[in-house]
Design a protein. Structure first.
Length: 94
């Protein structure tokens, strides 16, 4: 079995439209569009987490694909929720 390729993100600076990490309409994206389990998205919404941050937008889909991720961003940007979302979304409640 081959090890997944690591993906590295450094989101410590303000993203402008020239950045390859820039997302034009990030404020229009929801957690359900990132591929998380519907039951988990409902729980996030109940806790008032409606829209992902930039770090979450880039890392959650890759984490759900099983890719290794190295991510760096400022405190309070949602890194912990990003990696826990992948874990919690994969838990089978049965």
């Amino acid at each position: 079995m081959t090890k997944p390729t690591s993906i590295k993100y450094n989101i410590n600076k303000r993203m402008d439209s020239n950045s390859d990490l820039y997302v034009k309409d990030l404020d229009q994206v929801t957690f359900s569009e990132l591929g998380l389990a519907p039951r988990y998205v409902s729980a996030l919404n109940e806790l008032s987490f409606i829209k992902p941050t930039l770090i979450q937008y880039h890392t959650i889909p890759k984490g759900l694909e099983g890719q290794d991720i190295i991510a760096q961003s400022k405190a309070g940007t949602g890194k912990t929720l990003a990696y826990l979302s992948v874990l919690f979304s994969k838990i089978d409640p049965n």
